[in-house]
Structure formats: C-alpha cells, structure tokens
Write a protein that binds this ligand. Structure first.
Ligand code: FAD
Length: 344
C-alpha cells in the first residue's frame, strides 16, 4: 500500500442514521396515504439493504395497494434504491423522489464492507425477537449481494483482509467513546463467511506482532449505485428531484402509497428524535489495483479497503457520535494515512 498523504485525492464525510431501537420499518396512515417508514440503518445500511427492503415491501403488500399500481419511494441512498428495485421486482411501477442523488447522498460516503451488525441497535434493545428479525434480514440481504458478483463493473467482490494488532486479540477493546454498548450479533451469521486464521510472525509483512487473516464481502459503492440506478431506469422507474419540508408535503403526491427512505433526513423532516447522527470521514487514495486486500488496525479504529475507485482509509474520530458536521477534517485523515504507513 502506497500510504502517503500526497496520494489523497478526496476526503468524504457522511452520516450514519443510528437508532438505538434499530431501523424504523413501520406503516402509518396520514393525509389519506399509507406511509411506510424505512430508515435508521446506522452503519449497516448497505449490508442490510435488500433484506430490509423485503420487510418494507411486506408492509406495502398488506396495505391494500393494487398489484402493478405506481408507488412513491422518497430517498435515493442505499435504502431508497434497493427498496425501489425490490418494489419493481414485485411488479410495482415506482417513482423515486429525492432531494439529492448519488454521489451527494450519505450512502456514497460509506466504506463498503459487509457489516450488518455495525451500529444497528443497542445492547438494551437487542431482544431475541429483534435479533431473529435482524438475522433474517442479514441472510436475505447476503443472498442478493451474491447475485451481483462477477459483473464487469465489480459492484460486489470478495477480498481477503488482515486484522493487525499491537496487543493480544484476547484483550478486550474499550468501546467507542461516548457511544452506547452494542450487542455481539456476529456469531448468529458466522456461517456466512470463512473463519479467520491467526498468522504467525513471518507469515505476514506487517510491523505488528499480531495478525489474523479474514475474507470479506466488499461493495464498490460507485459501481453498485450506478448499476442500481441503471436497472431502476431500465425497468421504467422515474427519478424526480424534490425536497419534502414537512410530512404534509406527502399529501401532494399523486401516489397513494409512499415509502419514506430519507435516512438521517427523517430527523428534520419528521422531527424524529430517535435518530442520532454518527459522522464518518474517509480519505480516498489513488487507486492501486494491485492491492487486493483489506486491512483493519485493531485498537486504532483504522480500516483500509481496496476499492476500485481508490484505496479507502477510514478512521473513527473521538466525537463522531451525535455529530452531523459534514466539514472534512484533513488533519484527521492525514494522521490516519501516516498511521497506516507505520504498519509497513
Ligand atoms: C463513513 C461511513 C461508512 C459506512 N460504512 C458502511 C459499510 O462499510 N457497510 C455498510 O453496510 N454501511 C456503511 N455505512 C452506513 C450506510 O452508509 C448507511 O446506513 C446508509 O447510507 C443509509 O442509507 P439511506 O438510504 O437510509 O440514507 P442516505 O444515503 O442519507 O439517503 C437518504 C436519501 O433521502 C433523501 N432525503 C433526505 N431528506 C429528504 C427530504 N426532506 N426530502 C427529499 N429527500 C430527502 C436524500 O437526498 C437521499 O437521497 C457507512 C456510513 C458512513 C457515513
């Protein structure tokens, strides 16, 4: 990895729409419409998207909307796009309304790892019933992501990766500062990917004493978004640029059923105080196609992904939870790149 700050070509900042009780997937009747709310996927939106969309569609199908009737989807991020595609596949015509479209949506700032358990619920809300529902969503989503493998633009790929650490892997890590406790959901879906393997000194090139190899699903976000938009248009989908300032604006839509996929935007639009913004910043280094492995520096919150559009270097900050500041902090990203360089 050519980890040097002069290779930074972009720094992106996005917001994870976190809800302590997990995503909101529920229908309500307002202004003579059925509104299916579908937002609040924290750090797991890309990973859980398809399974979550299937659950939202189940609410559409029990709403009395006619088969083939046109429905509205609000939002053009990971959740809006996959919900729109799922509705089309169920036979609906779909009109997608959004204030912003890729690459100006928070979903475009995602790193792109299969992380269905990242900031998706708090320990206190992860009941057995909730966890079983999450597992069903994760499994359904995983299956659909596999159908995007092997395509020329590479929207979904498998990559090996290394978790490296200065200290023993058995030593527990402190949680992120100022954040709630999250449940350990990973064992529920451990069968979905190969087991990690501890490497001995000499079996890896890193300066750290500890390293494990894992194999992980990676989303090349720009390619995935473009493919979803193209497929949506090919199947007759319409995309309309529109901002909704208050829920009453739904009443002006011609469609009887509206799926609200506004992500963090629901905080302002609906005044939903259950949403907490969680900021994330990523440096993009010039693409290095010869680097085909991911890297996680345990205890340093450093994640590096070998995406087709660049080598992505993400590092959590200390004040990201509850923070919706979209201003990039270059010094933070440069520090992350220098820490990465120190590993080799
Ligand atoms: C730095 C970072 C890294 C991440 N990494 C990963 C990862 O590796 N794997 C993973 O699975 N997930 C990851 N995530 C999480 C994932 O990106 C989110 O869960 C996902 O983006 C949520 O998608 P969304 O469609 O709900 O929201 P958004 O992408 O924010 O889309 C919302 C849409 O609604 C529209 N909208 C909002 N308000 C209004 C309004 N009032 N009127 C009209 N339109 C409106 C917006 O314009 C936009 O089109 C990451 C997130 C961040 C920020």
């Amino acid at each position: 990895m050519r980890a040097s700050v002069d290779r930074i070509i972009d720094i992106t900042v996005g917001i994870r729409p976190f809800r302590a009780q997990g995503p909101r997937i529920e229908a309500e009747h307002r202004f003579g419409k059925t509104v299916v709310h579908h937002y609040g996927h924290g750090g797991s939106g890309w990973s859980l998207s398809w399974g979550s969309a299937q659950r939202a569609l189940a609410l559409v199908q029990t709403s009395g909307v006619r088969p083939g009737e046109r429905i509205a989807v609000i939002g053009c991020g990971a959740i809006g796009l996959t919900t729109a595609r799922t509705a089309q596949q169920a036979g609906h015509k779909v009109r997608l309304y959004a204030r912003d479209r890729p690459p100006r949506v928070h979903s475009s700032a995602a790193t792109g790892l299969w992380t269905p358990d990242s900031r998706i619920v708090t320990e206190a809300h992860a009941s057995e019933a909730w966890t079983a529902g999450w597992e069903a969503m994760a499994r359904a989503s995983f299956k659909i992501h596999q159908s995007y493998l092997g395509l020329p633009s590479g929207p979904v790929e498998w990559h090996d990766g290394y978790v490296v650490a200065d200290e023993d892997f058995d030593k527990p890590l402190p949680g992120h500062i100022g954040e709630p406790d999250y449940p350990d959901l990973a064992p529920r879906i451990a069968d979905l990917r190969p087991r990690g393997k501890a490497l001995q000194p000499g079996e890896h090139p890193f300066r750290t004493p500890q390293a494990r190899r894992f194999t992980q699903l990676v989303f090349n976000i720009p390619a995935y978004q473009r493919l979803l938009l193209d497929d949506f248009a090919r199947d007759g989908g319409e995309l309309v640029q529109r901002e909704f300032r208050q829920p009453r604006d739904f009443a002006r839509l011609p469609e009887r059923l509206v799926i609200n996929c506004t992500g963090d935007g629901a905080r302002t639009l609906l005044g939903d105080t259950s949403l907490t913004p969680v900021r994330g910043q990523t440096a993009h280094l010039i693409p290095q196609p010869e680097v085909d492995y991911a890297l996680i520096y345990r205890g340093h919150n450093l994640v590096v992904l070998p995406r087709r559009d660049g080598l992505l270097v993400a590092a959590m900050g200390e004040h990201d939870f509850g923070n919706d500041d979209l201003q990039p902090d270059r010094a933070h990203s440069e520090d992350a790149v220098l820490r990465l360089a120190g590993l080799f």
